[in-house]
Ligand binder design. Sequence first.
Ligand code: ASP
Ligand code: MG
Length: 438
Amino acid sequence: MKILKFGGTSVGSPERMKKLLDIIQPGEEKQIVVLSAVAGTTNALVEISQAFTTGDKRKAEALIKGLRVKYEEFVEELFVSQEGKENGKELIDYHFNFIHSFARDLFTPIEERVILAQGELLSTTLYYFFLTEIGVRSKLLPALDFMKIDEDNEPTIDFIGEHLSAMLAASNDHQLFITQGYICRNAFGEIDNLRRGGSDYTASLIGAAIRADEVQIWTDIDGMHNNDPRIVKGTKPIAHLTFDEAAELAYFGAKILHPQSVFPAQRYNIPVRLLNTMDPEAPGTLISKEGAVRGEVRSIAAKDGITAIRIHSSRMLLAFGFLRKVFEVFERYKTPIDMITTSEVAVSLTVDDTRFLSDIERELKDFGSVEVDVNQTIVCVVGDFSLNTHGYASRVLDAVKHIPVRMISYGGSNFNISLLVNADDKIEVLRSLHNRLF
Ligand code: ASP
Ligand code: MG
């Protein structure tokens, strides 16, 4: 069994949607196709929800109408037969009347999640209708019947595997299955989701849960590149990454792969391929267990919008439990820490979620003086820097010797050297590292 996930742009127009069959090529091998919402839909649903939240019904109505018109055109072009067009229109009526029905006085986050789920429900059903129209047999599997997260928002692989396997067994005579990415049910049975970009995660969870042979993530780039192609000239797709390397990069390459998607595949050793719908023959990037090239730099990546926090305290000297107290503050505000460096009397760390920054800052002041630097960028170099290799840190530092570096992290894993720099210096850092390392 193979899992194929197609992102929003891959189903972004009727033409693109029709082209998917060139890649899927229904045949002997069983396949589960995971679809995102049509490009732009989830953003539009977020806007609609915001309008509902602020009670701006007129704005919500205008947004709903705008989105609906797009879908009407989509259906008109996707289907050939009168019957197909009718079915498509009925589907649109159903979902848009439903979205519209939330225009009432009380609008809660639970209802927002129900609205956000409509994008994937629409794209998958439209695709299923399309396949039916052209005589390709497939089975639509409702993700809400098997994709489940627990109280901590963690997916329940065993539950997913059990329920999905039963559904597959019940339709044993089918080869091609279609399901929704992104959406799930939470511990309370409510409709929920796996966070933005979560369709990749769906594919990886399904792959892990039913021990698939391979997970393919189809996007519109030819795999993970060894540097940011928008900034650096001459970047190349990385043919092969280990799960460990991919896990380091996923946080930075969230645009091409949802950061959490690596872990389920890694745990059950399911290879993941990143492939390009626009160039299906291109080899893309294979992520698997084997294949670390010892002592090789694989990729350079950056993440903007980072805030650095330094806590300076003489109480830290020779004390135990100090870091725990610091970390507990972040835990209380559910704010993940990314990078950490320490000295004897100070600790610096970075966050990218600053929603509770002022509360965190206030509480940290109990421990010592606190400095906050905004507009920072983490640049990370990923490769095999295990114990028997040497010289990488010096090459990295040499490449940035003309740039002020706020933090350096080395040795956290065997695969990562990270630097924190001013956002303004990012471009120069990426280019300089590229020239020095590749
Ligand atoms: N449609 C969702 C989003 O836009 C999930 C995804 O595309 O992966 O975030
Ligand atoms: Mg995506």
